[in-house]
Ligand binder design. Structure first.
Ligand code: A1D88
Length: 267
């Protein structure tokens, strides 16, 4: 179906605690138009409120995961100095909101990357909590090729991988293979293209089978402690751990282990 008539984002019904959101602008290589960013923000808000969902898989239709910001839309707004600046400001803020909404989402998010992920598309992969890539996937921040430095993608990239590989990607714009992306820690797993969805869903189901309470508490604590000095990080996580130990799922999980049975989590 051509762009413009199909929904920008497709949401699959929750199955076994896992829901898929699929970027659906393949004709424009799933580039992040203002409307696409709005759809993503709205989709994430709905998922955050849905207690049935334990894990979100973020996928993309067509041969490319995401080609970054919509360059046609950017070009269309360059003509008027004031309106252009206002639009770019709104678009960059909306993009930043989407990235932060992924991190703030209670449920873990897994990127399923089948093709190229460039610039803000690479930022999306770097922002997701986990990523599974097809062997054919490639990653780059090619802003420098078109007179831009990928400053906002640098925020996510520099938090996902070490400084030197992040800087090399940002300064050269060069494509990084799936194998290299795994080596530098941008993706967790690389699988044959034909096995991508199944491998991603298997990882999602594995997490969804765990205590949703523990997983959500853990995701929030992971990001919270990262921004804190060491002593405060330990203090924060010690308090989280105490809450965790007092929760019903911990009682059930420990009881199940000692009783040699499968735990039944409260949902
Ligand atoms: C701070 C952050 C800044 C940014 O995010 S700036 C955006 C930076 N992104 C890029 O520079 C990527 C540009 N796109 C590409 O390099 C290539 O595409 C890909 C490698 C991603 C895919 O290549 P292939 O599969 O061969 O597709 P195709 O023939 O190049 O594109 C198919 C249609 O998709 C449109 N398109 C591709 N990327 C974008 C985009 N980012 N914004 C708007 N449209 C895009 C094209 O123009 C074309 O359209 P038509 O079929 O009408 O000729």
């Amino acid at each position: 179906m051509p762009d413009g008539t199909a929904p920008l984002l497709q949401r699959q019904d929750c199955e076994g605690g896992v829901t898929r959101l699929t970027l659906n602008r393949p004709d424009s290589r799933n580039s992040l138009s203002f409307a696409m960013l709005g759809a993503l923000r709205h989709g994430l808000e709905e998922i955050a409120q849905d207690p049935r969902i334990c894990v979100l898989v973020l996928a993309a239709a067509g041969p490319v995961f995401c080609a970054g910001h919509d360059l046609r839309e950017i070009t269309a707004h360059r003509n008027d100095e004031d309106a252009g600046r206002a639009f770019f400001d709104a678009a960059m803020h909306r993009c930043a909101e989407v990235m932060q909404a992924i991190t703030a989402l209670p449920q873990p998010v897994i990127a399923e990357v089948q093709g190229v992920a460039t610039a803000a598309g690479c930022q999306l992969v770097a922002t997701c909590d986990l990523a599974v890539a097809s062997e054919a996937a490639r990653f780059c921040t090619p802003g420098v090729d078109i007179g831009l430095f990928c400053s906002t993608p640098a925020v996510a990239l520099s938090r996902a991988v070490a400084a030197k590989p992040a800087m090399e990607m940002l300064l050269t714009g060069a494509m990084v293979s799936a194998a290299e992306a795994q080596r530098i820690g941008l993706v967790n797993r690389v699988v044959p293209a034909a096995e991508l969805s199944e491998a991603t869903m298997a990882l999602a189901r594995h997490i969804a089978d765990r205590s949703a309470h523990a997983v959500q508490l853990g995701k929030a604590a992971f990001y919270r402690q990262r921004g804190l000095p060491l002593a405060e990080a330990y203090a924060h996580c010690a308090a989280v751990m105490t809450d965790n130990l007092m929760a019903t799922d911990a009682e059930e999980g420990i009881g199940a282990f000692l009783g040699k049975r499968k735990p039944v989590w409260g949902r």
